[in-house]
Design a protein around this ligand. Sequence first.
Ligand code: PLP
Length: 426
Amino acid sequence: MQRDEQTFSIIRKELERQRRGLELIASENFTSLQVMQAMGNVMTNKYAEGYPGHRYYGGCEMVDQSEQLAIDRAKQIFGVEYVNVQPHSGAQANASVMMAVLKPGDKILGLDLSMGGHLTHGSPVNFSGKLYEPHFYGVSKETGLIEYDKMEEVAMQVHPKLIVCGASAYSRDWDYKRIREIADKTGALIMADIAHPAGLIAKGLLNSPFEYCHFVTTTTHKTLRGPRGGMIMIGKDFENPFGIKTPKGDIRMMSSVIDLAVFPGVQGGPLEHVIAAKAVSFFEILSDEYDQYAKQIVKNAQSMSKAFVEKGYQIVSGGTDNHLMLIDLRNKNITGKKAEQVLVKADITVNKNMVPFDDKSAFVTSGIRVGVPAVTTRGLTEEHMLQIVEWIDTLLMDPDNEQKIITVRSAVNQFMEQFPLYPELG
Ligand SMILES: *Cc1c(COP(=O)(O)O)cnc(C)c1O
C-alpha cells in the first residue's frame, strides 16, 4: 500500500504546532510517548464485546489481560471497588450512568452550563437534556461559589432522581458531603463528574468524592494525562436500589448494572488499543514522578492566578483550588472571542468561555478559561507563569497591534524551544 503522505504531513504539522505553542486549554495535556505507542498498534484490530473473561469473541486472551491491568491499576489509584474502563469518552461515561439509573423523562439536577457545567449535565442540545428532564443550580453572583442552598432548594422542589456535580469551568473544590446530605434528604443518587480535576483527586490534593457520591465518572485525557477516553468508578459497590432487571432477569449490584449500561446499553466493541494506553497512563500515575507533577500543577495555577489578580484581572471566585481559572474580562473591555483570537495568533492557546451571569452569547462570551496541566507537563514552573501572564496582558491590552502579536509570538516560540516535546520523534 502506498503511504498516505497527505495525512501524515498534516499530523507532522500538528506536532510542530504543539511544540512551538503555549498550550493553556484547561482540558488538554500531552501524553507520554509510551501512552501513544500503546494506542497505535495491533490492539486496534481486536473485537472484544463484553468484559475480561466474558467476551462474545474468541482470541481475547491478551486484551483481557491489558483491560484487567487497566481496571486493577485504576482501582489502586483511586482506592475504589469498581471500575469500568470501556467508555470511549467522558460523554459516553455520563451517558452510561444515566442509562443505568434513569428512565426517559426522569429528572436530573446539574450545574448550569453557563455557570461552568458540562453539556452532558442536562443541556437542551445534548442527550441528557433531551431524554431526561433537566433542572439546574448555579454559582453565587457575589462570590462565584456553588450555591448549595440553591441546590437543596431545587432538589426539595423537583425531587430529581440524579444529582450531577462536577464542572468544566469551576476553579474551586466541591463539598461532596453537603451534596450527599441533600441527596439523602430528597431521595436522589449522585454522579460526580471529575473529568477535569481527576489527577489532583488521585493524589489527594482535592476532596475525594468516593465516600459520598454513588457514581464517579471521569475522562482519562485531562489532568490524568492518558489517552482520550472515559471511565466510571464506584467507591463502594452497593445493592441495586432500582429494581432494574438485567437481561437474565435478576437484580444485582450496581457494578453489573453499570457494566450492562456501557455495553450493550450505550456502546459496542471497546477500543482495546485505547484501553491498553489507559493501563500505561495508570502505571505512570502510580509513580512518584506523577506525584510531583500533580503538586506542580497546583503551584503553577496558584502562581498564575496571583499574577493575573495583580494585573487587575477578575478571576471568577477570586482564585483557584485546582488547575484552572476562569477570567472575567468585562473590566478589561475585550470579549472572550477577541481575546482567544489575539492569543491564538501569538501561539498562546486558550478558549473563550462564558462567565456566570454573562450578558454575551456562547459564541462571543465575556471570559477565557486558562489551565496549566499541559504547560506543567512541558516542564514549566511557577516563575514561568509570571512570564505567561505578562505576554497575555500585553496582547489583551492592545489586541489590534499586529507588531506586538509578532513580537510575542516569536518570544513564545523561542521560549518553548527550551522545553522539548517528543524529541524522540525527530
Ligand atoms: C471534558 C468533560 C466531559 C466530556 O469529555 P469528552 O471526553 O469530551 O466526552 C464530561 N464532563 C466534564 C465535566 C468535562 O469537563
